[in-house]
Design a protein around this ligand. Structure first.
Ligand SMILES: [Zn+2]
Length: 122
């Protein structure tokens, strides 16, 4: 699965939809051919509060499970991206331990942007 600039731009756009001011994160779930199956941003449940945030990966995985994406599209790949408003570029978006476990259990390969905006494999 090849992550392209198109994927990165879709994710950066999605990340800007969040209601979280600090930490604008998006996650795309991609098919082996690179089709975007689901996309989601992180979401603060009670306004801009860090303690109760649904992570972008969690939301994207839930959507993928709901449409039975693994059976329909085969091996899935996640791309997790952080949008940094000050530079309007990608920044560090390494999934937390909970999301890493979810991705692993769902057998989804994962990539994320590092602090320089470069794409790294989890
Ligand atoms: Zn997480």
């Amino acid at each position: 699965m090849k992550i392209t600039n198109k994927h990165l731009n879709i994710a950066l756009h999605e990340a800007q939809k969040t209601n979280v001011r600090r930490g604008k994160i998006a996650c795309l779930i991609l098919s082996t051919s690179g089709k975007v199956i689901t996309k989601a941003h992180n979401l603060s449940v009670f306004g801009d509060c860090k303690r109760f945030t649904i992570h972008a990966e969690q939301a994207a995985i839930a959507k993928a499970l709901k449409i039975n994406a693994a059976n329909r599209y085969g091996k899935l790949t996640a791309l997790v991206v952080r949008y940094k408003p000050s530079t309007r570029t990608a920044s560090m978006a390494k999934p937390c331990e909970v999301c890493q476990s979810l991705l692993s259990m769902a057998e989804i390969d994962a990539y994320y942007t590092d602090k320089k905006g470069l794409i790294r494999k989890l």
